[in-house]
Design a protein around this ligand. Structure first.
Ligand SMILES: Cc1ncc(COP(=O)(O)O)c(C=O)c1O
Ligand SMILES: N[C@@H](CCCC[NH3+])C(=O)O
Length: 453
């Protein structure tokens, strides 16, 4: 449809309304209300499978194994964790809460990774008790902490060390994670003559009998549309692996290249193609290992957004419509139509936080009206409460219209808040002409129940 970034199950019905996986959005709204997150289950599953099969084929072709971890921070519910597992993915968690969801979904501990730059004792113990397959450590303090807690439990903790390669990638400063001046990882770069923090951490892990060093982890950022960054980071990590082997005699088995695969948010955007990017990275790492005269490790990747982002949309009801005359600097005044919906920055913080752009359409009916330049805004007490900065909507847009925003599956619900005491919307799954509630809508009673007076 019109090149807009809807999930693959989205189409228009004969009367012009939108349907997702055969479910008319008007029926969804009649049953569940708005705002609501809608997930196209088949789309999620297809993308999960596409990433796994593309990486398995490409890495298999150069003689390397690979595991795909679904990054639960993008959106984790029990059903979503099950879908990921059923499609052959493992699950990457970033807190005790995410770990709890994965465990509730009966993902085996061995197929779960635990991330975080400041894991608490309780989180680490929970991970150890669940027998997680990997704890990705992020600082020297944490290496000591995990070793102490593993010792207390009488287990050996499998760990990877998260390093920063200096490769700058990603859609926004706040979502780039491998440059120097930010909180994640340990740098591969050393101050003059000194040991790099990354090497120091790897050597430190090897000193602890309570820790088993699985490998090296690198995540360079998110919403990356140029695959070169992954290859550049992989080269740095593979070099570090060889340096470590020369220093310690230990050639680690695994390298995790993190997530960050970019998706389409606007009509005309071109997402990274999993087959293309998998082939490029596989060929590149194979070449680098040959140059370095070393064997290929097992690889892993952690896509989140690329699996769930395009599978989701958010449904809203339009409440008010207001034309505003804007005086343009040095240009002619123009009119922007402000369309207010019944959600906003509490269900999607990304436009306010990153200036993220989205696409919206009126979805409960067709319209043959001319289009106008519109801005979709929320109902919060912030002028920055913008849902879609700029979009063409039919000039007859009016109160009561249903409006959908595309590609909101990732980092919408998972970063949602109760700002202005708005209950968070439900997550609905649709498949084969039927819908079900994955996460119910919050109620005022839920919110008031937290308030102890
Ligand atoms: C360590 C790590 N892995 C995976 C991801 C998932 O990223 P994305 O959703 O962009 O694929 C993130 C988030 O950026 C991350 O920090
Ligand atoms: N939350 C971010 C991505 C960063 C994720 C984790 N490092 C986004 O919405 O784009």
């Amino acid at each position: 449809m019109t090149g807009a970034p809807w999930s693959t199950g989205v189409g228009r019905l004969p009367d012009g309304a939108l349907a997702v996986a055969g479910v008319d959005v008007r029926d969804l709204v009649a049953e569940h209300g708005t705002p609501a997150y809608v997930l196209d289950e088949a789309d999620f599953r297809t993308r999960a499978r596409a990433y796994r099969t593309a990486f398995e084929a490409a890495f298999g072709a150069v003689g390397a194994g690979v595991d795909v971890y679904y990054a639960g921070k993008a959106l984790l519910t029990v059903a979503v964790a099950r879908w990921a597992r059923e499609e052959g993915l493992r699950v990457d968690t970033a807190s005790s809460g995410e770990l709890a969801v994965a465990l509730r979904a009966e993902v085996p501990g061995a197929e779960i990774g635990l991330h975080g730059n400041n894991k608490s004792d309780a989180e680490i113990l929970r991970a150890l008790d669940a027998g997680v397959g990997r704890i990705i450590v992020d600082s020297l303090v944490e290496i000591e902490r995990v070793a102490r807690l593993a010792g207390e439990r009488g287990v050996v903790a499998p760990v990877m060390v998260r390093v920063t390669t200096g490769v700058h990638a990603g859609g926004h400063e706040y979502i780039a994670t491998a440059h120097e001046d930010q909180k994640f990882g340990l740098s591969v770069n050393a101050a003059d003559g000194a040991e790099s923090p990354a090497m120091a951490a790897l050597l430190e892990v090897l000193e602890h009998p309570e820790l088993r060093l699985l490998g090296i982890h690198s995540h360079i950022g998110s919403q990356i549309l140029d695959p070169d960054g992954f290859e550049a980071a992989a080269r740095v990590v593979l070099r570090l692996r060889v340096d470590l082997s020369e220093r310690s005699g230990v050639l680690v088995d695994e390298v995790d290249l993190g997530g960050g695969y970019g998706i389409a948010y606007l009509p005309g955007d071109v997402a990274l193609d999993p087959e293309r990017v998998a082939k490029d990275i596989a060929q590149s790492v194979s070449g680098v290992c040959q140059e370095l005269g070393t064997s290929l490790p097992r690889f892993s990747i952690e896509p989140g957004r690329a699996i769930v982002g395009p599978a989701g949309l958010t449904l809203y009801t339009v409440g008010t419509v207001k034309p505003v005359t804007v005086s343009a600097d040095g240009g002619a005044d123009f009119t922007r139509t402000y369309v207010s919906v019944d959600g906003g920055m509490s269900d999607n913080i990304r436009p306010a936080l990153y200036g993220a752009a989205y696409h919206a359409e009126i979805v409960g009916r067709s319209s043959s009206a001319e289009t106008v330049l519109a801005r979709v805004v929320g109902k919060h007490c912030e002028s920055g409460d913008i849902v879609v900065h700029e979009v063409q909507l039919p000039a007859d847009v009016r109160a009561g219209d249903l409006l959908a925003v595309a590609a909101t599956g990732a980092y919408g619900r998972s970063m949602a808040s109760n700002y202005n005491m708005l209950p968070r919307p439900p997550v609905l799954a649709v498949a084969d002409g039927a819908s079900r509630v994955l996460v119910r809508r919050e109620t005022e009673d839920d919110l008031l129940g937290l308030d102890q007076g």
